[in-house]
Design a protein around this ligand. Structure first.
Ligand SMILES: C[S@@+](CC[C@H](N)C(=O)[O-])C[C@H]1O[C@@H](n2cnc3c(N)ncnc32)[C@H](O)[C@@H]1O
Length: 215
């Protein structure tokens, strides 16, 4: 049983219709700008060993993994089968609405690293997901939750929709800690616009990441 952190009100979202409807049409777009994506790929290059079994939870058609590294295995999850089918890195994939079913179809201690990018902000039962991730992670394995300052507002629970960037970092860390993950490491950085504007001080999407390990 997960330790509950959120109140019922904090889990509510403006659009309470089934998330599967919202994601029924594939969106072949980038949700984060190039500067953010480059920063994220650099983080993965630094933190993920090549022999890792990687789970890309709440994924899409896009992979942020470094192209030059072949991991032991990359498993993907999302809410739209067509998007996942198009993702070049996924060897296995499945579709599951995590707001209606939090039990992941993966064995205990079978994953080395779970990556969540611009996804945590849509979780209504984050405690149960964090507890499941702890179950499927090998001791010494990690979870890396990354996000920027944007969201599909109507689909974000109140805890996220009402919070600042700093609140988001604290909230993700609190939920992970509450389920037994290690004290999180937090990365909060500005990025430089990846195009010409970057040379003139233009900013890209801000980069936030919360990283915890299974002791
Ligand atoms: C903004 S997209 C980010 C996709 C991808 N991680 C990326 O970096 O481009 C949000 C993703 O969260 C996932 N998602 C949102 N609501 C979900 C839900 N109720 N259950 C499972 N996944 C959900 C979907 O996979 C969706 O593609």
């Amino acid at each position: 049983m997960a330790v509950l952190v959120l109140s019922d009100d904090q889990r509510r979202k403006w659009d309470s219709s089934d998330d599967a409807l919202f994601y029924s049409q594939p969106r072949f777009v980038q949700h984060l700008d190039e500067a953010f994506r480059q920063r994220l790929t650099a983080l993965y290059r630094e933190r993920l060993p090549a022999d890792a079994v990687v789970l890309d939870l709440m994924s899409s058609w896009v992979s942020h993994l470094p192209e030059e590294i072949t991991y032991r295995s990359v498993i993907g999850h999302g809410l739209n089968a067509e998007e996942l089918q198009r993702n070049p890195r996924l060897e296995r994939r499945w579709v599951q609405n995590l707001n209606t079913d939090q039990v992941l179809p993966l064995d205990d201690a079978s994953v080395d690293a779970t990556l969540i990018v611009a996804g945590w902000q849509y979780l209504q039962q984050p405690e149960a997901i964090a507890a499941e991730l702890l179950r499927i992670t090998r001791p010494g394995g990690q979870v890396i939750v990354s996000f920027s300052n944007r969201m599909f507002f109507t689909k974000a629970p109140q805890i996220w929709a009402d919070g600042s960037d700093r609140d988001h970092l604290e909230y993700v860390g609190t939920v992970l800690l509450s389920q037994g993950w290690s004290k999180p490491e937090v990365i909060a950085e500005e990025t430089r616009h990846a195009g010409l504007a970057g040379y003139f001080g233009g900013k890209g999407d801000p980069f936030f990441s919360v990283i915890s390990a299974k002791r």
